[in-house]
Design a protein around this ligand. Structure first.
Ligand SMILES: [Fe+2]
Length: 209
């Protein structure tokens, strides 16, 4: 099983610039938002990226390669020295399968780890419904593993280039950066996570690293 796949995207510096310009001109972040994120199990907060057409380099790279309908693009802000607890993007019924992670800023010191489901006991898992404004589900469950459970990862990656990642295998992220980490999370699919698929079915499978 492949948990991640890095892609070589020569347009990445230009994509980063487009997104950072947008953030500088349009997004305000409050101290309380940062504090809340630091004290939460997901260690982050997000904003929706508006129309992708407003980001021409991202649009021109992504849309011709994408094999499934685009659902949404989120800008995820991860405050310094935080942790996204081990979790599944979804639950046993609906999981959010595969995401495209686009690193924007301060991503060099964060690591995503994946874990063996056999190492996780049902009693150690609790679900949190994460609301969003995206129909038809307006959110989805995240299945978190209790923070005191200590298990060894089976795969790890620092997503320092565009990276496809599995969300339907337990995973967690540690951010050791001393600055705010910023990434884009792109989701696409036919039915909000009811059907499983592979990396190759999501995106034209080329420029692999
Ligand atoms: Fe996740």
């Amino acid at each position: 099983m492949k948990y991640y796949q890095k892609l070589q995207v020569k347009e990445l510096p230009e994509i980063q610039k487009e997104v950072l310009d947008f953030i500088d001109n349009n997004i305000e972040i409050t101290d309380s938002e940062i504090d809340m994120a630091k004290n939460s199990s997901h260690g982050s907060f997000c904003r929706a990226l508006p129309k992708i057409e407003d980001f021409p380099t991202l649009n021109n790279w992504l849309m011709p390669r994408l094999k499934m309908p685009l659902q949404y693009v989120n800008i995820l802000f991860i405050p310094p020295e935080t942790k996204f607890q081990i979790h599944l993007d979804g639950d046993d019924d609906i999981s959010q399968k595969v995401v495209i992670n686009v690193p924007i800023k301060n991503y060099e010191h964060a690591t995503t780890h994946w874990f063996d489901h056999e190492d996780i006991k049902k009693d150690d898992v609790f679900k949190v419904f994460c609301k969003n404004d995206k129909p038809p589900l307006y959110g989805y469950n995240i299945s978190f593993v209790n923070d005191d459970v200590s298990i060894n990862p089976i795969a790890s990656v620092t997503a320092d280039t565009v990276t496809l990642m599995r969300g339907d295998t337990y995973h967690g992220v540690t951010n050791n950066s001393t600055e705010m980490r910023i990434v884009l999370i792109i989701r696409a699919g036919l039915d909000e996570g009811l059907t499983n698929f592979e990396f190759e079915e999501l995106l034209e499978f080329k420029d692999l690293i």
